[in-house]
Each structure stands twice: as structure tokens, then as C-alpha cells.
Design a protein around this ligand. Structure first.
Ligand code: GBH
Length: 460
């Protein structure tokens, strides 16, 4: 394969999220989040796994940052746990919660690693959920107050601030099909949640801007939507609907000033949008941003299938769209591996939403490590050739988009560590660093060593 080089200032890093790695769930005044509750709801999370200990990163952050430095990471994207900062989601801040992120940021900076903050990676304070969560407009206002409070403490050292991680998941999985916390199952609720999440983003973006932040952003998980049959007009209609619900319903209000008309009409089949969208909201949501984070894992293939049952993945497409099962190689999550989807997605974003710099804020794959536990070959190495192949393919795909003029500023691998994979618990491993949950021992996998070289040579 050809050698490829990335641009001079291209940023290389890794990403994590608070609930997935921190543990210390009861410590230093942290309040409960909707994920603490969800983990304790029978049947929701694999084997009843919880975030109580996770990777114990709360206590081991300093060693973890040392590992990041060893790998040569230039940036580290982490999320702040809202219930550590405001245990009940509102009111006075809990200084001990802020102290943790203060120490983390200092440690990163001392090692020359640029901190990228995500303010919300799904761990809503349970108290706010008790008042309706993202179905309650006030949650959006509370989110902006929380954002300002975190900025007051970290704003002198953190340059890059992102508001939400993947509001698609918070809304559709959290309120639409119940796969994520808080586990509600109602398409109308999902649409209401989308709006309040976006409003929360807009209000928080405004608060950060007022505080002087120069790089404000948000992370989405837009997908590359493809038709089962490229010659079918019906399948093209399925693509339009899914692209609308997955991508445009978030991207258009953020970057084009308002919701797409076809999506407003679609939502109206479930709930009157006028019950939650107020006059100035679209203006608030369209606050300027300097960074659009993209989390990419897999493309989406769809067919038009009137009357189809059982596709509950996208609440609001029931009986209209069939989501094709993977027809090629998959990861341990069952997600189709298709790096070209990343090139197509990046080019499409560059074309349809010009002017906003992009960063891949997550990309990676779950694979079982092998054959570490085979005593005949247990030499301490964690072999993950599938992950190396996945990352290599996706970096080449990103590079192709760059070569075609897409303004892509960096790449953050998901994830630094094996961690709590939401409804899948600890059984799915996304890390480039292996975590032995019995001992909390960290072992960089072969992919981490490979990534270290990619960074060192700024290319493949
Ligand atoms: C991200 O979510 C999260 O930000 C991160 O916390 C998480 O650990 C990581 O990815 C890995 O899951 O239903 O089979 O068609 C990604 C969530 C993944 C949601 C792909 C939509 C569609 C797969 N997205 N998924 S499928």
C-alpha cells in the first residue's frame, strides 16, 4: 500500500467518556445519573454490569495520562460527569467534583496533551430525569448553567469545548426505543428530546461564547445512508427518510438555521412540533460553532418496505423502512466494516455543510483480543490484528476525504481503554489499551503500538 501523510497540523488523539471509565460512583459527592439507575434496572445492561468501578480512572488518571504520553497522543477527549459537578443537576457546584477535572487537565497539559472537553456524554443527573429529563425544556437551561460552571473552573486551560455527544443516541435510544437510559419507548418523546437537546446545545454554546471560548463545538454520529438497490426509487425514498431522521434533523438546525421541512412534516405524524419548538429556538440552536465532531463506525443500508415490522432501531420508521443486516465483515458489535462509508460521509458533510471544520471525535472497533488467554502463547502481548486493520482502513478513508478537500482537522480513536460499553456492559472491548478488570492492569495492545507509530510518522 502507498505511504500516506497527514497535514502538518493534523491532531492525533483518543477519546473516552466519564461514565464508561471513571468508576468512583459514590465518591466526592457525585450524584446519581440516569445510567446508574439504568444499570440497576433488570434486563437493561448485560449481566447487570454497572459503572461503579469501571476502569477506576478516577483514581488512576495519572497513570492513564502517562500511557497517553507514551503513545504520543496530542489530544485527549474526555467528558465531564454532570452529577459530579451538580449532584442534583442544578444549584451550587460541588467543588470536589470539579477538583478531579482540574487535576486531570493539569496532568494532561504537563504532558503536552491538549484537553478536549465533552460536557454531556449521556450521564444526566437522575434528579433532572425525575422532572422529565430531556422531555422537560428546563433541562436545556440547566445544561447551559452547568456548562458555564465547568468553564469557570477549566476555561483558563481548556481551549476546545464540545457540548453534547451524539444527541441521536440520547434521543432515539434513550426515549424512542429504550435501549439506553432512561429507557423510555415512545417516538414522540424521542423527537421532543431531540429539540431540547439541541436547545441545550445552543444555550450552552451561547454561555461558553459569552465566557470567551473560541472553539465551541458539538459531536454528532451522522451516518452514511445507502440504498439496498441503487436503481430503486422506493429505496431512494427510504434513504431520504433515514438521512433526514439520522442526519439532517440534527445538522440542519445546527448549521443551516432550522429544521428541514420534510422532517417537521414527518415528526408531525407523531407529535405536533409546535408543542415544543418556540419562536426563537432555531436561532438559539444555530449559534456559530467552530468544530463539528464526527463519530463514525459503520454505514447504514436501507430499503423501502411498507408494512415491515420489527425494525425498532429508528423509532419513527416503523412499517416503512427495512434496515439491511450486514452483508460483509463485521466487528464484535455486529456492525458492518466499510471504510468507504467514512469517505462518503466526510465528503457529503463538506459539500452540504461547508465552512465548519470537522474532526473525527470517535472511530474504532470492538474485537475480542486473541490469543492472550491461550497459555501456550501467553507472552504478555495483546494481539488485535482486526482492530489494526479497521483503524488502518478508516485512516486511509479519512485521508482520501482530506485529499479531496474536506476540512478535517484531526482523528481521535475510540477508545483509549477497554471500558463500559453501555447496554453491552464490559463484554465488548473497544480499547487500544487492554484493561484487566480484576486487577485494573493496563496493557497496550498491538494496536496501541501501531497507533504510536502512525502518530510519530504522521501517516501510514
Ligand atoms: C458511540 O456511540 C459512543 O459515543 C460511545 O460512548 C460508545 O462507547 C461507542 O460509540 C461505541 O459504541 O444499530 O447495528 O445499526 C455509537 C453509537 C453506533 C449508534 C452505531 C448507532 C448503529 C449500529 N452508534 N449504531 S446498528
Amino acid at each position: 500500500m502507498n505511504e500516506i501523510r497527514f497535514p502538518e497540523n493534523f491532531v492525533w488523539g483518543a477519546a473516552t467518556a466519564a461514565f464508561q471509565i471513571e468508576g468512583a460512583a459514590q465518591e466526592d459527592g457525585r450524584g446519581a445519573s440516569i445510567w446508574d439507575t439504568f444499570c440497576r434496572t433488570p434486563g437493561k445492561v448485560y449481566a447487570g454490569h454497572t459503572g461503579d468501578v469501571a476502569c477506576d480512572h478516577y483514581h488512576r488518571y495519572s497513570d492513564d495520562v502517562a500511557l497517553m504520553a507514551e503513545l504520543g497522543l496530542q489530544a485527549y477527549r474526555f467528558s465531564v460527569a454532570w452529577p459530579r459537578i451538580q449532584p442534583d443537576g442544578t444549584g451550587p457546584v460541588n467543588p470536589r467534583g470539579l477538583d478531579f477535572y482540574d487535576r486531570l487537565v493539569d496532568t494532561l497539559i504537563a504532558r503536552g496533551i491538549d484537553p478536549i472537553v465533552t460536557l454531556y456524554h449521556w450521564d444526566l443527573p437522575q434528579t433532572l430525569q425525575d422532572r422529565g429529563g430531556w422531555l422537560n425544556r428546563e433541562t436545556a437551561e440547566h445544561f447551559a448553567e452547568y456548562a458555564a460552571a465547568v468553564h469557570t473552573r477549566l476555561g483558563d486551560r481548556v481551549r476546545t469545548w464540545t457540548t453534547l455527544n451524539e444527541p441521536w443516541c440520547s434521543s432515539y435510544l434513550g426515549y424512542g426505543n429504550g435501549v439506553h437510559a432512561p429507557g423510555q419507548q415512545d417516538p414522540a418523546a424521542a423527537f421532543t428530546a431531540i429539540h431540547h437537546l439541541l436547545l441545550g446545545h445552543g444555550l450552552a454554546a451561547g454561555a461558553l461564547r459569552a465566557a470567551g471560548v473560541q472553539v465551541v463545538g458539538i459531536t454528532l454520529n451522522p451516518t452514511d445512508v445507502q440504498p439496498a438497490d441503487p436503481t430503486s426509487a422506493d429505496d431512494a425514498e427510504a434513504v431520504r427518510l433515514v438521512d433526514g431522521m439520522h442526519n439532517r434533523i440534527f445538522l440542519d438546525p445546527l448549521l443551516k438555521g432550522g429544521y428541514p421541512d420534510d422532517m417537521l412534516a414527518h415528526v408531525a405524524r407523531y407529535v405536533d412540533p409546535a408543542t415544543f419548538i418556540r419562536d426563537e429556538d432555531e436561532k438559539t440552536i444555530a449559534a456559530p460553532i467552530e468544530l463539528l465532531g464526527i463519530n463514525y463506525y459503520s454505514p447504514t443500508y436501507v430499503a423501502w418496505r411498507p408494512g415491515a415490522a420489527g425494525d425498532d432501531k429508528y423509532p419513527g420508521t416503523e412499517g416503512r423502512v427495512h434496515f439491511l443486516p450486514a452483508t460483509g465483515p463485521v466487528t464484535d458489535m455486529g456492525w458492518l466494516i466499510e471504510a468507504d462509508g467514512l469517505t462518503r460521509l466526510l465528503e457529503r458533510l463538506g459539500r452540504d455543510y461547508p465552512g465548519v471544520p470537522l474532526m473525527i471525535t470517535e472511530n474504532g472497533a470492538a474485537f475480542a483480543d486473541r490469543p492472550r488467554y491461550d497459555p501456550s502463547v501467553d507472552d504478555g502481548e495483546v494481539r488485535d490484528p482486526d482492530r489494526i486493520a479497521y483503524l488502518d482502513g478508516h485512516l486511509r478513508a479519512a485521508h482520501t476525504a482530506l485529499a479531496r478537500g474536506v476540512d478535517l482537522r484531526g482523528y481521535l480513536v475510540w477508545s483509549l481503554l477497554d471500558n463500559f460499553e453501555w447496554a453491552e456492559g464490559y463484554r465488548k472491548r473497544f480499547g487500544i489499551i487492554h484493561v484487566d478488570y480484576l486487577t485494573q492492569r493496563r496493557t497496550p495492545k498491538a494496536s496501541a503500538r501501531w497507533y504510536q507509530e502512525v502518530i510519530a510518522r504522521n501517516g501510514l
